[in-house]
Write a protein that binds this ligand. Structure first.
Ligand code: M6R
Length: 615
């Protein structure tokens, strides 16, 4: 979603702003802009589309780019108004002295706009951000002080925001504020940075201050002052940023998505490290803060998440119910928040989020926190807003995921849920699953090698991708623990190739979707040796009888059944219980190669954002 960068120091601000924005590109955006300050004036440059368009504009403005050492920048993911140059940030007040970039949504922008129009403000764009720009400038008119103007303006604003603001009368500073949208201040020597996410500044500094909600900061090149909502000067801790600049390089792969798919063996090793020592040892989950007594009292579990994280949660339900013997409900956060939910002190709520910044999940977690439930957060960003809401923080440490399509973070979430399920079972002393759990541990230890074996033999998947890339629709079917794999495989395909793909429980096919089957509808079936194998095979027969093209993903198929399938993808032998972790690699690769063959923008698919910070 939108991204913010700011710089104040002695270096060329334009270079730092453009480089910072380029590291936020992965978040998804549709226009970009920067404001450069020099000698008491501010110059705003904007462009629709990719950052390269803005860079082209800047090539004709070298005289300013060469001298400006302060500036703010933004990439916009349209919420209010089309993705045009006019609607791109930065936005200014009418006299152009005040300039603002903003992430988030101003909910009361219409009523504020009416008041500002009555005061004589003239609006250029359809954005809610321009309302905030006029509002802060209007407050500045009263106080002639940017800090207090920001402080009084934010009190009038409803909604979510991260603001980065400058005024020509106060050339030595950038003023920032935030509520329900992330903002960090990168600490340098004789220079400071502002960003909505770490990758934007990691090549310049590893030290940062996290701004909290309702705080306002005044950033100069050699000082950072933070004020709380009572205007008291406070000291926020300087934290060490968790990433290396190298982690945001493609390392020779054509796309980040392909690189991230290939990292999954190591991701599994990372998640298991220190937690799964051997099949004979109990799972170590020190981050989980409930005592075994309290674990025994858990009467239900609610998993709340969105998109890919939701699919991980759905697989988690199978594993937790199987081993921990606790009923699990899984729900999309966006649905959870607008009904009366029932949770209490004996409910364990698990929020799952790659980014830790998904607005729907944050709102759901805040809502349920008020009901005294224990909140466990499974996230790839231990520095995120959601992580800070956790009673038990279970970081998955998959490393930064740049491609919008989640791959390695799904793997990490899945493995964390296997660990959590076994941990809960062991803490409850459920002995009847001891052997199953021991076998699962052994399989988890072997999993990274199996993933890597699969990843070294992708020629067949590439061939199949090419063969099916011209189809307009796709159906994915599976049953049991692989039903979420079918949903996730379909999501991956539609996200990056724009092919209409839907996942179904294979048993549901005959209750409606079968009407769509003919020779133009490929059906991908996931079937692993296990309890639902024969059932899925029968569902495949039903599809074949309707002339659907059948692709099978399986670790075993009897010779007699092979003719049923037009194409087969064989994975290393694996138990049904842990097969989602191998099947998903196949489905990620299939989606990737189809999108790549179609020439799509794999890492930044249209209309999508990496972290969805609006409800
Ligand atoms: O950061 P989160 O895991 O909370 O994000 C949730 C979804 O927005 C995300 O999984 C989305 O579905 C991805 N684009 C999937 O590839």
């Amino acid at each position: 979603m939108c991204g913010i960068i700011g710089y104040i120091g002695d270096k060329k601000a334009s270079d730092i702003l453009i480089s910072g924005l380029s590291h936020l590109e992965y978040r998804g955006y549709d226009s970009a802009g920067i404001a450069l300050c020099y000698n008491g004036t501010t110059n705003v440059y904007k462009a629709q589309g990719k950052l390269i368009n803005l860079s082209e504009v800047l090539k004709t403005k070298q005289e300013i780019c060469d001298v400006a050492t302060k500036g703010i920048g933004h990439i916009r993911w349209a919420t209010h108004g089309l993705p045009t140059t006019t609607n791109a940030h930065p936005h200014t007040c009418n006299c152009k002295n005040f300039t603002l970039v903003h992430n988030g949504i101003i909910e009361n922008y219409q009523e504020l706009k009416e008041e500002l129009v009555n005061c004589g403000c003239i609006f250029q764009s359809q954005t809610d951000t321009e309302v905030a720009a006029h509002l802060i400038a209007h407050e500045y008119g009263k106080t002639k002080d940017l800090l207090s103007a920001m402080q009084s303006a934010v009190k009038k604003i409803k909604g979510a925001f991260a603001f980065c603001a400058i005024h020509n009368n106060e050339p030595d500073k950038i003023v920032v504020a935030k509520r329900n949208a992330p903002l960090i201040i990168g600490v340098g020597e004789g220079e400071n940075f502002i960003a909505s996410d770490i990758p934007a500044i990691i090549e310049y500094t590893k030290k940062a201050i996290y701004l909290s909600d309702y705080q306002v900061g005044v950033i100069k090149k050699d000082s950072i002052k933070i004020y709380d909502e009572n205007n008291t000067l406070i000291t926020n801790k300087i934290e060490h940023l968790p990433f290396e600049a190298m982690a945001i390089s493609k390392m020779g792969y054509k796309h980040f998505m392909l690189k991230e798919i290939h990292e999954q063996g190591d991701v599994v090793r990372n998640v298991l490290s220190g937690k799964l020592i051997s099949p004979e040892h109990q799972i170590q989950l020190n981050e989980f803060k409930l005592t075994s007594e309290k674990i025994k009292n858990i009467s239900r579990i609610q998993i709340i998440a969105c998109g890919t994280s939701l699919h991980a949660g759905m697989a988690g339900k199978y594993i937790i119910e199987k081993f921990a013997n606790i009923p699990v409900d899984v729900e999309a956060s966006s649905e959870y928040i607008y009904r009366d939910t029932i949770a209490d002190k004996n409910t364990l709520v698990i929020g799952i989020s790659q980014s830790g910044e998904t607005a729907d999940t944050i709102t759901a977690i805040k809502q349920v926190k008020a009901q005294n439930s224990h909140i466990a957060i499974i996230t790839n960003r231990a520095d995120s807003t959601m992580a800070r809401l956790a009673d038990s923080l279970l970081p998955v440490n998959a490393g930064i995921e740049v491609s919008v399509a989640a791959t390695k973070s799904y793997m990490a979430q899945l493995i964390s849920l296997y660990l959590l399920a076994m941990y809960l079972s062991e803490q409850k002393n459920i002995t009847k699953y001891e052997t199953d759990i021991k076998n699962l541990k052994q399989e988890l230890i072997e999993l990274p090698n199996k993933i890597e074996t699969l990843l070294t033999n992708t020629a067949n998947i590439r061939e199949i991708a090419k063969k099916y890339s011209s189809y307009k629709d796709f159906i994915f079917i599976a049953r049991g623990i692989n039903f979420p794999s079918a949903l996730e495989g379909a999501l991956k395909l539609k996200e990056i190739s724009y092919i209409n793909a839907t996942g179904y429980g294979a048993g549901e096919l005959k209750h409606g979707p079968i009407a769509m089957l003919d020779e133009n509808m490929p059906v991908l079936a996931i079937l692993n040796t296990g309890i639902v194998y024969d059932k899925v095979l029968s569902n495949c027969e039903e599809a074949k009888a309707r002339q659907a093209k059948l692709i099978g993903v399986t670790d075993y198929l009897a010779d007699k059944d092979k003719d049923l399938f037009n194409d087969l993808i064989l994975i290393p032998s694996i138990s049904d219980l842990i097969s989602p972790a191998l099947n998903i690699v196949v489905l990620q690769l299939l989606a990737y190669y189809i999108a790549e063959y179609l020439g799509k923008d794999v890492d930044q698919p249209r209309n999508l954002a990496k972290s969805v910070t609006v409800e």
